[in-house]
Design a protein. Structure first.
Lengths: 235, 230
């Protein structure tokens, strides 16, 4: 029994050799190789069985969702802290209390953790809330006015998971591509990504493709601030 | 069958983009605009060639379809999310990526299996297991990237023949051998290389003869060794 030519060919072209590079040295061979790949891809498409084609059609939509949501999570400028920053009870005149007005945390170099439920809490204003915890500003965050909010809902998955906490820098104007906390009269506070700039209104995108973008009128009080950090809290 | 696609550099502004007529590289450029239809077309265009590629890599790919999904997803995210130059051939790039993933996997499993075997030896003293790991590390460190000897899945004899073939063949011969193994006709070879059909026929027969000579001259290779491949 001898080895057939076909076996030799498959050996000479198969997985047992390092892959041929794309940029072959010879120009004629390189051009031929590009035409070969185009031809081979077309041949495989032409031979695709009906079942495979049907699966491809269904899978393609899911594929686009997956790819676009991963890309969206890639270029969102929200740094993730591996370790949740330390928290403490609010103090009034140096004495610990169970709850303190939101704004009183800033003088103490902390951010109030407000359990308002981003994306929920219709009709409630942040300033009405009482913070039961103060979050110490993590290293590298300059002193300023921040609030920490707990995320509810899955509209920003996989960037933000329900239960994650985000640190919001108050008053920073929204720029396209940044993640902000906005307030809408109907929907309350929500964390969203800012879409392409448009005069007079803001497009708010969810990273989770299951949610459609929404458009709100830009005006005073619409945008709470920009999300600059996120971390996960173990329950 | 195969509609020749032209590479259009950029679609006209405002026009509805017909992604199906875009060339491969223009399609990837359209994806960079996060054009959803381009992403859908990318999947439908390249999934078949990767499924075939998985099949051609032989057994040992436990869930080929899931692997194809992963390769396509990672490549698409890579293309869109980074400003890397486009590959000359998108299909070639994807198939190479798939192949490297399978091979890394095969190697990792081979190493794991060997460790398990060593650890399960009748008299496994801790030292010999450690020595096994160390020599494995030393071997990997000295083998260098890319030219790593085959681990698991492929017999040393096949690896040896492959190395002999690689050393003895020119770049063009290897390319043509790949084409022949994919069922490319002599007429296509002539067209793609810009030579006459007679010249192509001559190159093919010379290639076959050279392959045979190389393998016949390689020591310790029998038909059984090659026939025993999966």
């Amino acid at each position: 029994m001898t080895t057939s030519d076909d076996e030799l060919l498959s050996l000479a072209s198969g997985r047992d050799l390092p892959a041929l590079p794309d940029d072959l040295a010879g120009a004629a061979v390189a051009r031929g190789q590009r035409r070969f790949w185009a031809w081979w891809a077309a041949t495989c498409r032409a031979r695709e069985s009906e079942t495979d084609a049907a699966r491809s059609a269904v899978g393609a939509e899911r594929f686009a969702d997956r790819v676009l949501s991963r890309v969206a999570a890639l270029d969102v400028p929200v740094r993730r802290l591996d370790c949740a920053p330390s928290c403490r009870r609010p103090t009034v005149d140096g004495a610990p209390v169970d709850g303190a007005p939101v704004a009183s945390a800033w003088a103490a170099g902390a951010a109030p953790l407000v359990e308002i439920g981003v994306a929920a809490g219709v009709g409630r204003a942040l300033w009405d809330e009482v913070a039961e915890l103060w979050v110490d500003l993590p290293e590298g965050v300059p002193p300023g006015r921040y609030v920490a909010l707990r995320v509810t809902g899955d509209s920003m998955q996989p960037l933000l998971m329900p239960g994650d906490v985000v640190l919001v820098e108050l008053g920073t104007p929204p720029t396209s591509g940044s993640v902000i906390v906005a307030r809408d009269a109907d929907d309350g506070y929500m964390v969203k990504r800012v879409g392409p700039a448009r005069a007079g209104s803001l497009e708010l995108q969810s990273i989770n493709p299951a949610y459609d973008p929404i458009r709100i009128v830009a005006g005073p009080g619409t945008v709470l601030g920009r999300v600059i950090l996120r971390w996960h809290v173990e329950e | 069958m195969a509609v020749e696609r032209r590479d259009v550099s950029a679609p006209a502004a405002g026009a509805v983009l017909d992604v199906a007529v875009l060339g491969d590289r223009a399609l990837v450029t359209a994806m960079r605009g996060e054009e959803r239809r381009a992403v859908v077309e990318f999947y439908r265009r390249f999934r078949p060639v990767l499924l075939v590629a998985v099949g051609r890599l032989g057994g040992g790919v436990p869930d080929g379809e899931a692997l194809v999904e992963d390769v396509l997803t990672d490549a698409a995210v890579h293309f869109i999310g980074t400003a890397t130059p486009l590959p000359l051939s998108v299909a070639g790039y994807l198939v190479r990526g798939l192949r490297n993933r399978v091979l890394n996997d095969v190697r990792a499993r081979g190493r794991l299996a060997r460790r398990v075997r060593e650890a399960a030896d009748p008299a496994p003293d801790a030292e010999s297991v450690v020595a096994g790991c160390c020599s494995e590390y030393a071997r990997r460190a000295s083998a260098g990237p890319g030219r790593d000897a085959w681990d698991g899945g492929v017999s040393p004899i096949v690896a040896h023949v492959a190395a002999v073939i690689e050393a003895a063949m020119t770049e063009e011969e290897r390319v043509v051998a790949t084409w022949l193994a994919h069922g490319v006709t002599q007429r296509q070879i002539a067209e793609w290389l810009g030579i006459t059909e007679a010249a192509a026929a001559k190159r093919v027969s010379r290639l076959r003869a050279r392959l045979r000579a190389v393998v016949d001259a390689a020591p310790a290779v029998g038909a059984s060794a090659l026939g025993g491949r999966e």
